[in-house]
Design a protein around this ligand. Structure first.
Ligand code: ASP
Length: 303
């Protein structure tokens, strides 16, 4: 019988500089723990990393505590434009969606695009048309309006993008990220979350990573791809790569945010330059940990 490697999983519920309302902190930790446990049970039963990150991201999208799916924040015109990406480390296949206004679970649509089209990303109306002919659940803008107003989140700054990374028992990696984007963003703005190599990346030889924060900073530094490069080409272990990448983000663009990654050995690392990073992980099939801050924090200049 082939050796079964132990699995690892990491999830995040976004980075920010202002604390979430005190009343929501316990709910966030509880939600992260529940979703981690679900992901872990699946991986332990032999689910693939891809299935698991999509499943966990869908649960995060359905929870109005976060800025993704149901709880997405509006743009400057008061409309909800959602984005997501999924990537598989074995094949480097990826699927992404941006500028969708009626998709309940953008991560499901991203996966469908990856699996059923020769393309990586669909946007706007084309993405909606593809969803309609592929049995993807649609909702009205009122659905997102409702989610955003739950838990007093309409008063918040707008962080809370979600993501998941996993290494399955067969040693395959996958990553997913989903967001409503920056609160008050210009209509049509595309962030880092759906962009392969910026907010999301997965490569079996290196790592699977999901980023959160000021998207433009992650796009300009290609941060997710940079992390993979540090592990694959520089041979760094996960925590060293995480520290170097967050230092690079700050040194180059005074970047604001953080990420969670799992490397090919199943090591989990997170790092942040923001004040908060809501995240949780299970490493090598062990016990769940949830945190409001990453163990690796780098200060950035204010403003
Ligand atoms: N990175 C996301 C974006 O810029 C937002 C976030 O992570 O909070 O769209």
């Amino acid at each position: 019988m082939a050796t079964r490697h132990r699995y690892s999983i990491g999830i995040h519920g976004g980075a920010g500089n202002r604390p979430a309302p005190a009343a929501n902190i316990g709910l966030i930790r509880e939600s992260l723990r529940t979703i981690l446990e679900q992901g872990s049970a699946r991986l332990a039963a032999g689910a693939t990393a891809l299935d698991t990150v999509v499943h966990c991201t869908r649960l995060l999208e359905d929870d109005p505590l976060y800025n993704a799916g149901y709880g997405s924040v509006p743009n400057s015109a008061g409309r909800f434009e959602l984005e997501a990406c999924v990537m598989e480390g074995r094949t480097l296949e990826a699927g992404a969606v941006t500028y969708v206004e009626r998709i309940r679970n953008p991560v499901e649509l991203a996966r469908r695009i990856m699996e059923q089209t020769p393309h990586v990303m669909l946007a706007g109306r084309g993405a909606g048309d593809f969803a309609a002919t592929n049995g993807i659940a649609t909702v009205s803008q009122a659905y997102f309006q409702e989610g955003w107003h739950k838990y007093g989140r309409a008063d918040e700054h707008g962080y809370g993008t979600v993501g998941a990374v996993a290494r399955d028992c067969a040693g395959n990696l996958a990553a997913a990220t989903s967001t409503g984007g920056q609160k008050g963003k210009r209509p049509g703005r595309v962030g880092d979350s759906p962009l392969v190599g910026a907010g999301t990346y997965a490569d079996n030889e290196g790592c699977a990573v999901s980023c959160t924060g000021w998207g433009e900073d992650f796009i300009r530094t290609a941060l997710a791809a940079y992390l993979d490069f540090l592990i694959v080409r520089e041979g760094l272990e996960a925590h060293t790569a995480a520290r170097i990448a967050i230092e690079y983000l700050v040194a180059k663009v005074n970047g604001n945010g953080g990420f969670i990654l799992v490397d090919r050995t199943g090591a989990i690392a997170t790092a942040q330059s923001s004040t908060y990073l809501h995240c949780g992980w299970i490493e090598h099939g062990g016990k769940p940990t949830t945190a409001l801050r990453s163990p690796i924090q780098i200060a950035r200049a204010e403003g």
